[in-house]
Design a binder for this molecule. Structure first.
Ligand SMILES: C[S@@+](CC[C@H](N)C(=O)[O-])C[C@H]1O[C@@H](n2cnc3c(N)ncnc32)[C@H](O)[C@@H]1O
Length: 306
């Protein structure tokens, strides 16, 4: 069997056997097979990264390896855990069981935060950003990678997530501009060094109701940390704390920008308004018109000169 015959025969088989998840739209039959093929050939790559590459010829040993990887995938191991790669905002990152696999939908928050960081750099020359609930480090690292005038402090309550973030910082050679520390929400920044010094706080918090976390698809529930999803009884426990704690760390007119679950947008906007801590509150919707990102600009102190 030549290369293309083998590819289409495996593809046909996968059509009836592979379960694809809605929240990983980049994973199709074709991208999954290409990703596993390249990985078997010694080129670990994400599903998105595989699109740009062509598949090489495989040796007998590599074909055997490909079949083993396919079995792993069919047995519910996430693709990103088999390849140890996931793409985020076009950047290849390391991914494994230690933290949530970055989702495509979170790029809406990433792009908005990058846009804001670029406009702050235009007026200030440089920007300080905190990425809280950093997981694998994807958001802060992508922004630091794409905006060379950005300094990032990342934090997560999970020590394993912090270690994966550190691996990603090393992977992209960003040690000079990205640091990561373990802690509960913004607790590691409770010093004068950080009060009112951050231009942008970004966060993709856990926002799923506790009762729904165990009912998630088994591929997710058995391979990704529950801590990454569980937002308490109503799903908004972390978001509520963030809204009240962020201003202490933000510069005058600094921004808090975070992801919310589908259907949470209106309520969270009201929470920001009721807090009276923000002067401007906006939401950004995805392609289906659902609000998925909230931006809130810290209220200017009443004694401010400008
Ligand atoms: C939805 S995941 C987001 C991960 C990553 N930022 C992303 O976009 O893929 C939420 C993260 O919040 C972390 N987390 C949960 N509770 C936290 C807390 N109280 N303080 C800091 N991080 C927390 C989890 O460990 C998890 O890594």
């Amino acid at each position: 069997m030549n290369k293309s015959e083998l590819f289409s025969s495996i593809s046909n088989d996968l059509k009836s056997r592979l379960h694809l998840l809605e929240d990983k739209p980049e994973e199709t039959i074709e991208s999954t097979l290409k990703t596993l093929w390249l990985t078997a050939a010694g080129i670990p790559v994400s599903a998105e990264g595989s699109i740009k590459l062509s598949i090489p010829d495989l040796t007998e040993k590599q074909i055997e390896n490909l079949h083993q990887l396919i079995e792993l995938r069919l047995n519910n191991t996430p693709l990103a855990h088999i390849t140890n790669r996931q793409s985020f905002m076009g950047i290849e990152l390391l991914s494994d069981r230690r933290a949530l696999i970055p989702r495509k939908e979170t790029e809406l928050l990433g792009r908005k935060a990058l846009e804001l960081s670029n406009s702050i750099v235009k007026s200030k020359g440089r920007i300080k950003l905190i990425d809280v609930c950093c997981g694998s480090g994807n958001l802060g690292i992508a922004i630091a990678h794409l905006n060379p005038n950005c300094i990032v402090f990342s934090t997560d309550i999970s020590q394993e997530a912090v270690e994966l973030t550190q691996d990603n910082i090393n992977f992209l050679n960003l040690n000079q501009r990205v640091q990561v520390k373990q802690g509960d929400l913004l607790s590691v920044f409770e010093t004068d060094e950080y009060y009112e010094k951050t231009d942008l706080i970004i966060c993709n918090p856990p926002y799923i109701q506790s009762s729904k976390v165990q009912k998630m698809d088994s591929e997710i529930a058995s391979n990704e940390p529950a801590l990454a999803f569980d937002g308490g009884m109503l799903g908004i426990k972390i978001i509520q704390k963030l809204i009240s704690e962020a201003p202490k760390f933000l510069t005058s007119e600094g921004w808090l920008i975070f992801e919310v679950g589908a259907g949470q947008g209106n309520f969270i906007t009201q929470l920001c308004e009721r807090s009276q801590l923000y002067q401007l509150i906006e939401s950004v919707s995805d392609d289906s018109g659902t609000a998925r990102v909230i931006l809130a600009q810290k209220i200017r102190p009443s004694n401010s000169q400008t």
